[in-house]
Design a protein around this ligand. Structure first.
Ligand SMILES: Nc1ncnc2c1ncn2[C@@H]1O[C@H](COP(=O)(O)OP(=O)(O)O)[C@@H](O)[C@H]1O
Ligand SMILES: [Mg+2]
Length: 603
């Protein structure tokens, strides 16, 4: 479940749906008004035939007058034309509005998701977010157009019919009113039963999307460990749940559908009886009786539609709850009031009594204090899971400290605008995400307006230019499914190029060579060394090479700085460091041996 410390009370549960949707509808009020007017005219047109029927029948049976029939015929023709035109315009407008609202909502959701902080993504499954952006939003469309407008048409029809019946005869008019409590009770029980089923449908739908996503992303692991059946099992389970809840929901609909005609036909029988008596006693004409019966039969449809609207409403409400659950989330990390842009950065980095936890009560970093002068290279070493990555993620404010300060050039990062901060601090991670696009697009990702020269320069510094130039389409070559695939080393050099082009003052390297084979190592190291020039570099060291190039080494242990100093100082003073160093040395020797034997077998 998604939570956020700043989420507050969930608004969507208490606020009526229509009010929550209003901001999306407001922009189109004029069109809505047009549609509304058309709905009312549609209702009036729908009421007319039975009225014509009454006039025609009474004209021929009571006053034996054919001229009225001619008029009625012309009116019927006009009626057909009007109905056609209205049908065209209202369908067009309805589709326009519905799709527009869906589009606006998707864009809003998408941009909101983009603004949310890492803590949101830590707790949310991608597939579930996708289901919300795609399917749940689509559920709103029906409600915001067909739903609301058929409601208008049908309520107007109901009101019109009841008014006509009353004007003809108050007794007959009031027979209809007997139906109302029965319908209301039915509606209430219907919506009570169908709402939970709809919430289950939406939830199952989200989980199904998420598990498809998981399976596709992890397909290698799934196959490697032979877990196809297990994955299918999970998928099956939620598909079952989806199926069952859809059936549950439809059961309610199926029960409701005949309920309304039943109530209406029961009252029709009474009308027939009372109407018959009225005709016999000559209070009512035969035309009136026939028209009354026609109206009563006609009442079933709008009543059923009104309740169908209820169905749409509960579906839309369940979907909206999931949509607004995201929209109501405030980014945990945002510009503080009065934040100022970070300018002319020298790259002085300080951690001051920094404490941090992902979850209350589980401190990952405990009272860390560290001063890194501009332009220095600091290597972080320590056991896996000790908090090295976490510590460096505090610098660009992926997360905020619980206590203490992280400063750049003396200013707390929380006082800087996020945009300026993240422009000055760059990260190269273990794995680099490559976007569907060309080399040029991917290198210039952080600086879309970069010139060709800048792109080529960045690629050259990153030792990638030669490779790109060797491709037929050079910088316009697509990366990924529609183009070339990059090796781990090439991807990491692309990541370096991406950093170089934005020219950050502070560079974070989070084991950039961890997933790279030894053969490409040297090229990466050259690229890394070039990239570090003139920047303060915080590097999570994986290789001895990096450690030996560092001005200072920081040894983390149990969430604290265990020791810091030069390589030699640490060798002299820290038993823990000596052990670490020895183990690194061993693994590098192994790798070197592996490389030698590879070369031998190649030659
Ligand atoms: N997003 C996260 N949410 C919760 N816990 C996390 C998150 N990222 C890392 N951790 C935990 O914080 C600790 C430190 O992780 P990390 O900083 O990645 O260590 P290192 O980089 O030193 O291997 C680990 O126990 C890890 O499980
Ligand atoms: Mg790490």
């Amino acid at each position: 479940m998604m939570t956020d410390e700043r989420k507050g009370t969930p608004k969507h549960e208490s606020t009526p749906l229509i009010i929550r949707l209003f901001p999306f509808m407001r922009k189109h009020l004029g069109k809505y008004l047009g549609l509304f007017v058309m709905s009312i005219i549609t209702a009036i047109i729908g009421i007319l035939p039975a009225f014509f029927l009454q006039v025609a029948i009474d004209a021929v049976t009571v006053s034996h007058d054919m001229s009225v029939i001619t008029v009625i015929i012309w009116l019927m023709i006009l009626y057909g034309v009007m109905g056609g035109l209205l049908g065209f315009f209202s369908t067009y407008l309805r589709e326009y509005l519905g799709n527009k609202i869906v589009m606006d909502m998707r864009v809003k959701l998408y941009s909101h998701v983009n603004e949310l902080s890492f803590s949101f993504f830590d707790m949310t499954r991608t597939g579930d977010v996708m289901a919300r952006v795609m399917q749940d939003v689509a559920q709103i469309q029906m409600y915001a157009t067909i739903g609301i407008l058929t409601l208008a048409t049908n309520l107007a029809t109901l009101a019109g019919v009841v008014a006509i019946l009353f004007s003809w005869n108050p007794i007959i008019g009031s027979i209809f009113l007997i139906d109302i409590p029965f319908i209301l009770i039915g509606m209430r029980s219907f919506s009570r039963r169908v709402a939970p089923a709809n919430a289950r449908i939406r939830k199952a739908n989200g989980i199904i999307s998420a598990s498809i996503q998981d399976c596709l992303n992890g397909i290698r692991e799934v196959k490697l460990y032979g877990r196809e059946e297990f994955m299918l099992g999970v998928f099956d389970k939620w598909n079952d749940e989806y199926f069952n809840s859809v059936i549950d929901s439809n059961k309610q609909h199926a029960f409701w559908m005949p309920y309304v005609p039943f109530v209406v036909s029961a009252s029709s029988a009474i009308v027939m009886l009372v109407g018959g008596l009225l005709v016999v006693s000559a209070v009512y004409t035969p035309g009136l009786l026939i028209a009354t019966i026609a109206y009563f039969t006609q009442l079933a449809a709008p009543l059923r539609h009104v309740t169908k609207f209820l169905g749409l409403h509960t579906i839309a409400k369940a979907a909206a709850a999931r949509i607004f659950e995201i929209l109501d989330q405030k980014p945990a990390i945002a510009d503080s009031p009065g934040a100022v842009p970070l300018e002319n950065v020298e790259g002085h980095v300080q951690y001051e009594h920094v404490t941090f936890h992902y979850h209350e009560g589980h401190d990952i970093l405990k009272d860390i204090t560290l001063d890194i002068p501009p332009g220095k290279i600091v290597a972080f070493v320590g056991p896996s899971g000790v908090g090295k990555t976490t510590m460096l993620h505090l610098l660009p404010r992926f997360y905020d400290v619980a206590k203490g300060h992280v400063r750049i050039d003396g200013r707390d990062v929380r006082e800087c605008t996020l945009e300026s901060l993240r422009k000055r601090v760059a990260i190269v991670m273990q794995d680099t995400f490559l976007f569907d696009g060309t080399f040029a697009d991917n290198i210039a990702f952080g600086k879309p307006n970069a010139t060709k020269e800048e792109i080529v320069h960045a690629a050259s510094v990153a030792r990638l230019n030669q490779f790109i130039e060797s491709l037929p389409q050079k910088y316009k070559t697509m990366i990924g499914e529609r183009g070339v695939f990059l090796s781990g080393g090439q991807a990491q050099r692309l990541a370096l190029a991406r950093v170089i082009i934005t020219d950050p003052k502070v560079l974070i390297l989070d084991e950039p060579t961890a997933n790279v084979d030894a053969v490409t190592d040297k090229e990466i190291m050259d690229a890394v060394r070039e990239t570090m020039k003139g920047r303060t570099t915080l590097v999570i060291a994986h290789r001895l090479w990096t450690i030996q190039h560092a001005d200072m080494i920081v040894l983390l242990k149990d969430g604290r700085i265990d020791a810091k100093g030069s390589h030699q100082e640490l060798l002299d003073t820290s038993e823990f460091y000596r052990e670490f160093f020895a183990s690194q040395l061993r693994s590098e020797k192994d790798r070197a041996n592996a490389m030698d034997s590879q070369e031998i077998s190649n030659s």
